[in-house]
Design a binder for this molecule. Sequence first.
Ligand code: HEM
Length: 347
Amino acid sequence: MSRCKGTGEFVQLDDTFAAYTRDIIAAICYEDEAPMVEDAGKSAEWHNMTMNLVYQQPVAVHLPFLMKLVRILPDAILKLYPAGGTCARLRSNAIDHIETAKKQNRGMEAALKDVRSSMLRHMLLDKDLPQSEKSTDRLAQELMNVVGAGGSTPGTALTITTYHILSNPRVENKLRQELAGLTVNFPTEVPQLTDLERLPYLQACLKEGLRMGPGAIRRTPRCFPDDDVVYKDYVIPKNTPIGIATYYMHNDPEVFPEPFEFRPERWLADDISLLKRNWVPFSRGARGCAGINLAMSELSLGISTLFRADGPKLRLYETERRDIQPCYDRIIGVPAPDARGLRVTVH
Ligand code: HEM
């Protein structure tokens, strides 16, 4: 970003955001400390890889045996298809890290106490985990799932939120004013997460961004296998798939008047109980998002850094709403394939 400052050259910010969230999840999962975020080429490559996978998700939902094939087919065959190529890359990357970690002879106690120790190392060292759960294939599946689930989703939320902030000068000014006090000594003093979580306007912007661009937009149904479900006067037989579509929850005009407008202020009203009820970007319940706290932290830190006191002045560059707005259902909502993404110039 600093390289582009004042040159008129644009930064492809959606790629940057995807790489930022990949770097964090890779460090958490397997101590991968090679950041992509500062390399525009690698950031774009990662973002394209994840989008290849996302665009193919409905195929995997309707033909679930394909996911089993992905586990057994050799990389050379998987790479013939863009989504398969992404799976092959994610898998070989995970396997490299697992095999390296298995070879390393790090002291168990020390590694478990070290807060920087990865999820992978904890799984390998966990005495309660049966050996069958520690096979390379099993661990690779787990790492692929988590990197897949958290490696770009917060990036999409950052893209949508940033677009709306930059398109609304009044919102941007108000946000910058709120952040100014906390970020005046950046980077010598980086704001604490607990402080950012207490900033009402910042948190309202994040909620509104997630409302307009939630992760999954369709129903992600659940079945109750043991008992019928009683809802008001209805009895829903057990094993009936039940779900809510986030799209309709988030765009209900009774709850969110003018739902297609970005209005952080709606979250600052006295009574927001209905808004909270309808806000489900991370789903809910036992199978809701496992990374909600991590995601919210990434969003708080990302947006506060971008709109900090004396931070870069960003202007949208040939970016319209359709370039970022989810309009296709690929389980996750995605923009049209020819969307140009979020591009900004830096001043
Ligand atoms: C803004 C960012 C994110 C959004 C909007 C989001 C959204 C969701 C949603 C809606 C689900 C439930 C899917 C379903 O019902 O089948 C889910 C599941 C999950 N998410 Fe996230 N997520 C985000 C970030 C993350 C991050 C950073 C991680 C990394 C740890 C993560 C890990 C997971 C995992 C592991 C599951 C599966 C949970 C299970 O099946 O038990 N997510 N996420």
